[in-house]
Write a protein of this length. Structure first.
Length: 301
């Protein structure tokens, strides 16, 4: 029974993350304002708990700054991902943003001089081929990339940079204190972005407000608390690889609830993409494997 609880928590956490693109795709609120309320509501619920239980620990100024940067990066990730979902499909946006492990390796190689193992480059090649098959080879041959495609890929890049920065921050900050600071930074950053873009903060239907609450409680807090619990009791690599199932579950949910069409090319391309990412985790020396698993417990896409 002891071993079953972490597995159930992991499955529950993945399911919570998987419904997020479906909620965004309902278009009950604009993508940018949806990102704001996801962070702001989650922060407003987490802060009282941290203060009442006195679990919040103020880190050194250097690490506070890193946590703030992480909040801005993650907010940017969610904001552009939301827009990508609404402009394309929940399936395509979810699969493309799951390229983040590959971007982590590439960024590490270029800027940090960390050389990934051969498995990483093999996996990258396979995943990129899967991505090309998923969105259609004509997009690459004609260089006809639409905004939704670019935003979904950009979302994965933002999340990759977030992973690299948060690795440093989490070496000196506990998870809940890190989440508190980063959620505050995300909320302030997205408030400014929404004001600049003249996004409406009110005027939504009752269902719209309910969906915003669901995103904050289920997709942000419940999801990552469950995954954090699972990570404490299971091998991190198993947790990290299991999280890739989010894109597949989202595709199935989108097919059932949103009537999104899933072509055979999308199915094969999506599977090849996930297989490519799986290949990058085979070697024990691959640096991005540890980076990804150490940071999965902190936020959700």
């Amino acid at each position: 029974m002891t071993n079953a609880k972490p597995r159930l928590a992991l499955a529950f956490g993945i399911l919570c993350i998987s419904i997020f693109p479906i909620l965004v795709k309902l278009r009950l609120t604009p993508g940018l304002i949806s990102a704001f309320y996801r962070m702001a509501i989650a922060f407003s619920l987490l802060l009282p708990y941290m203060l009442i239980t006195k679990k919040f620990k103020l880190p050194q100024k250097k690490y506070i700054l890193l946590a703030i940067i992480c909040g801005v990066l993650f907010a940017s990730d969610v904001a552009v991902w939301n827009i990508a979902i609404q402009e394309s499909s929940a399936t395509q946006a979810s699969l493309l943003t799951n390229l983040s492990p590959l971007w982590v390796g590439i960024i590490s190689y270029v800027f940090l001089k960390i050389k990934p193992a051969t498995n990483f480059w093999i996996g990258t090649t396979v995943a990129l081929f899967g991505m090309a098959m998923l969105v259609g080879f004509k997009f690459f041959l004609e260089l006809d990339f639409d905004n939704a495609f670019m935003l979904a890929v950009l979302s994965g890049i933002f999340y990759s940079i977030y992973l690299l920065v948060s690795k440093k921050a989490l070496s000196q900050i506990d998870v809940l204190s890190f989440m508190t600071i980063s959620l505050l930074a995300s909320s302030i950053y997205l408030t400014i972005a929404c004001l600049l873009m003249n996004e409406p903060f009110t005027g939504f239907t009752d269902m719209g407000w309910f969906v915003l609450l669901l995103q904050a409680v289920v997709c942000q807090l419940m999801a990552w608390l469950s995954i954090s619990f699972a990570t404490q009791h299971m091998r991190p690599t198993r947790v990290s690889l299991s999280l890739l199932a989010q894109a597949v579950i989202t595709a199935l949910l989108a097919w059932v609830f949103l009537d999104e069409k899933i072509t055979i090319n999308m199915v094969i391309g999506g599977l090849i993409l996930l297989i490519g990412i799986r290949i990058t985790f085979y070697t024990k020396t691959l640096s991005i494997k540890n980076l990804k698993t150490n940071n999965q417990t902190n936020t959700a896409q």
